[in-house]
Design a protein around this ligand. Structure first.
Ligand code: AMP
Ligand code: ZN
Length: 460
């Protein structure tokens, strides 16, 4: 079955034709670890997880690389402002290195709770500085680089098709000077930093020697350098959130293609935003919901995942507590129907629904249509064994933990609250507090079980 994906580069659905089948090399931009990730970020990682799992379902072998940005992402998109890692360090009175470790661990714990498959390679920008310097040198040799008092910049006029990923709206925005807080020494708005010097007379927490002077890499260069290190000069697929189109991915393409003269990625996929109060959920705005906040209100992280499955990844999705409640109910009903199949051994006979499920996913990852096939199969008069076989297949992509036993879960609100507090303590790496809360729950007559669906309390 052919997987068709909407390529942001060509604005069309295209058949995936891997460079070296069955392997599919894909790169997905990861978190900037100066703060917690919010559920909006997780919407993007959930769509990428569905992609990886769909590739496997279709008999392909995905090889996924994800970066962790732990240096060089500045507070302004215009190569000005402070490094977000240093902002996080100052906020919390810790070192930038400690901040990076803490929020990377928190991110990984949340991914686990959402049943997201770990990438094959998780690479931190700070671990690949020599590769980034080498790529800048390669660009320098080809005449793409100029130096100012504060760093090295990519000269975007030297690449004839610079900006090819941008839409008409992005280009119009550029003309009207939409980017603010620009660096005065840059020759033009679109040029971007490849290497920034440490400020005169100041020692940064994160800095390295380079042929041009002490400093740190620009944000975009890490992705080009690490993607090419692990996946070669041309990738099959590159993914990220839609906000990366006009700057981060546009500049990744410029650096990579400038250096190699080859296409950087055959397909570019972009997930749309999760909105809150009609605006993009973002750390900078007030509306910032963490996974731990959901758990505190009695939701499973997988209820949120189900919520993401109610919309196609290229459509905006609203986050409201009411809609999350509906998703929780829907997922519970689905799990009940799954459990009602009892121990029926999986048997063939679900070809029609299985084909519908695969067709939907093969059509640019249409998860809402795939989910509809699951509901229809459960309501159908197929024998239990056939339903079970189909559900096993669907779970390999959806990973909603439908076969767990919600009946075991404590309905006692006091226990639910303590479980949520324990989850928060764990995600804060406060294990002493987490142990104390476990004992408190046990004193109330429950045992804490860490399941694939997060922590559950069962009667002693
Ligand atoms: P960051 O940690 O800011 O670098 O973002 C990590 C990922 O989350 C990137 O792929 C972003 O494009 C994506 N992202 C950020 N905000 C949202 C949102 N509100 N909805 C969906 N994805 C988002
Ligand atoms: Zn990136």
């Amino acid at each position: 079955m052919t997987l068709r994906l909407f390529n942001s580069l060509t604005h069309a659905k295209e058949a995936l034709t891997p460079l070296t089948p069955p392997k599919v090399g894909l790169y997905t931009c990861g978190p900037t670890v100066y703060n917690y990730q919010h559920v909006g970020n997780y919407r993007t990682y959930i769509f990428e997880d569905v992609l990886v799992r769909t590739l496997k379902l279709l008999g392909l072998t995905p090889y996924r690389v994800m970066n962790v940005t732990d240096v060089g992402h500045l507070t302004s998109q215009g190569d000005e402002g402070e490094d977000k890692m240093e902002v996080g360090a100052a906020r919390e009175g810790k070192s930038a290195w400690d901040i990076a470790k803490f929020y990377t661990d928190s991110f990984l714990a949340d991914c686990k709770a959402l049943e997201l498959l770990p990438p094959d390679v998780l690479c931190r920008a700070t671990e690949f500085i020599p590769e980034q310097i080498a790529l800048v040198q390669r660009l320098e040799k080809k005449g793409f680089v100029y130096q100012t008092s504060d760093g090295l910049y990519f000269d975007t006029t030297k690449l004839p098709d610079y900006g090819k990923l941008m839409t008409k709206e992005h280009l119009e925005g550029l003309k009207s000077g939409a980017r603010v807080e620009e660096n005065a020494e840059k020759r033009r708005l679109t040029d971007f930093a490849l290497w920034k010097f440490s400020p005169q007379g100041k020692t940064r927490q994160m800095e390295w020697d380079s042929p041009w002077g002490k400093g740190f890499p620009g944000w975009h260069i890490e992705c080009s350098a690490m993607a090419m290190k692990f996946l070669g000069e041309t990738l099959d697929i590159h993914c990220g959130g839609i906000d990366h189109v006009p700057i981060h991915h546009t500049n990744e393409i410029a650096q990579s293609e400038g250096a190699t003269g080859r296409p950087f990625s055959k397909i570019w996929l972009h997930g749309e935003f999760l909105l809150m109060n009609n605006a993009k959920m973002a750390k900078s705005s007030g509306g910032f919901v963490r996974l731990a906040d959901l758990v505190e209100r009695g939701f499973s992280p997988l209820d949120y995942k189900y919520h993401c499955f109610t919309a196609h990844y290229r459509k905006q999705l609203d986050f409201t507590w009411e809609s999350l409640e509906s998703s929780k109910t829907a997922r519970r009903r689905l799990a009940e129907a799954a459990r009602a199949l009892g121990g029926a051994p999986a048997k063939p006979g679900c070809a029609e629904f299985s084909a519908r499920f695969k067709d939907a996913l093969s059509d640019d990852l249409n998860v809402p249509a795939a989910l509809a096939a699951v509901w229809d199969a459960l309501k159908s008069d197929l024998p239990d064994g056939a339903k079970k076989a189909f559900l096993d297949e669907a779970e390999s992509v959806l990973a909603l933990d439908l076969f767990s036993s919600p009946a075991e879960v404590a309905e006692d609100p006091a226990v639910t609250r303590l479980l949520a507090e324990r989850q928060r303590a764990r995600s804060d790496k406060n294990f002493a507090e987490s142990d104390r809360l476990r004992q408190e729950i046990e004193a109330l007559g429950w045992i804490v079980k860490d399941t694939k669906d997060g922590a559950k309390a069962v009667r002693k």
